[in-house]
Design a protein around this ligand. Structure first.
Ligand code: TYM
Length: 369
């Protein structure tokens, strides 16, 4: 089986080389990393470690930046539950990009999307979750003067006329081919990508001049922006650029699933709950201790080593040491998970403190009409 990667379904073997080819993405080259580093003064670990691995037109964004033509950032969240660690990956980099490039951020909460796509969620619930998720965004320390967060249903007067312009250019057959819709899909689903396109050019509409847009997101959202990149130039706007991360796998080896709570760590989990989930997770461990001591773990298939540890170990040397311990068999999976659980626990305590504080800052970030 190969893979399925759409905004609503991710499954199968995520061969990123194949995804890059199939989607028509560009790999983030060493040359591009050097250009980012030149402007930022350093490289974010998620860039160095190639968690962010692909892009569209990032070189153009830097060309424009070098001509003093500044870009804005755009990203978002579909509020269908609490935030998990995977959702935070694009937001970690977005925060860093805002700091390093002084960029404005537009953050879309698609309460409409999750209502039309998810059975059993009411609009009141998705709205409430959007407010919950916004606390996680604010807790990351975005600049309140440069950041606008909005719920689609609360900013509809501004968004809707622009969404219509996109929708008029989008045929059902393109939407079907891009997202895999069928005759059973509801019409809200089919329309929705038009709404997700809007923030990519809304600042240009509001300011009356074209402004480059850079969208950090995981590769699952790329289909939306393929459509947007096709249509926006027809409306007189730039194609949005993107910088894309790999999907953080679920703790049980497959994908993270909202219906299986044990498959992810949520930002609202207590350190104890997170520890339980991490300690129960799938690893690249061998069948016996003896075998692992001799051969080392099968680290290349291990979500814990490959994906989770590198999120929480900013120090390159410490990460390289862990790799040696893992390959050489001197560390067993239990201890590796134990160390990770401690790091994640510390992160959660600190994040939850900032998340509490964010409750009083919320109104400064929200825009409505
Ligand atoms: P949502 O809520 O599914 O995901 C929020 C962000 O997290 C990324 N993501 C992941 N990254 C790493 N590992 C994972 N397992 C993982 N799962 C999700 C997503 O790519 C996304 O960047 N429709 C969007 C909301 C949205 C949006 C946007 C996202 C509106 N405008 C612009 C990105 C950019 C959604 O439901 O995301």
């Amino acid at each position: 089986m190969t893979y399925i990667v759409t905004p609503w379904k991710v499954s199968g073997d995520l061969d990123y080389d194949k995804i890059v080819k199939d989607f028509g993405l560009d790999i983030i080259s060493e040359n591009l990393l050097a250009r980012i580093e030149k402007h930022a003064g350093e490289l974010h670990p998620l860039l160095k470690r190639k968690v962010f691995f692909a892009h569209r037109d990032l070189d153009w964004i830097l060309d424009e930046y070098e001509k003093d033509h500044r870009f804005f950032l755009y990203t978002g969240r579909g509020p269908s539950g609490q935030t998990h660690l995977g959702h935070m990956i694009p937001w970690f980099l977005t925060k860093w990009l805002q700091d390093k490039f002084g960029a404005e951020l537009w953050f879309q909460m698609t309460d409409d999307e999750k209502f039309v796509f998810k059975d059993g969620l009411t609009l009141e619930q998705t709205k409430k979750l959007a407010y919950e998720n916004a606390l996680d965004v604010i807790a990351l320390g975005f600049d309140e003067k440069k950041t606008k967060i909005f719920l689609d249903t609360e900013y509809a007067k501004t968004l809707y006329p622009q969404a219509l312009k996109v929708a008029k250019r989008l045929t059902f057959s393109t939407a079907k081919a891009t997202f895999g819709f069928s005759n059973e899909s509801n019409v809200g689903e089919i329309f929705f990508t038009s709404v997700q396109s809007v923030p990519a050019f809304l600042p240009s509409v509001l300011k009356g001049k074209n402004i480059p847009c850079l969208i950090p997101h995981a590769v699952d959202q790329d289909p939306h922006f393929r459509v947007a990149r096709d249509i926006l130039p027809k409306l007189g706007y730039y194609k949005p650029a993107s910088i894309q991360n790999k999907m953080l796998p679920g703790l049980k080896g497959g994908k993270m699933s909202a219906s299986d709570e044990g498959s992810a760590v949520y930002t609202t989990d207590s350190p104890d709950t997170a520890k339980k989930r991490l300690m129960n997770s799938f690893t690249g461990g061998r069948d016996s201790i003896k075998e692992q001591r001799e051969k080392g773990a099968n680290y290349s298939i291990c979500p814990i080593y490959y994906h989770y540890q590198q999120l929480f170990m900013p120090n390159d040397n410490a990460l390289a040491n862990l790799e040696q311990e893992c390959k050489g068999g001197s560390i067993l999976c239990g201890e590796c998970k134990q160390r990770l659980a401690e790091r994640v626990g510390k992160f959660l305590v600190e994040h939850q403190r900032k998340r509490e504080k964010a409750k009083s800052q919320l109104e400064k970030f929200l825009v409505r009409d």
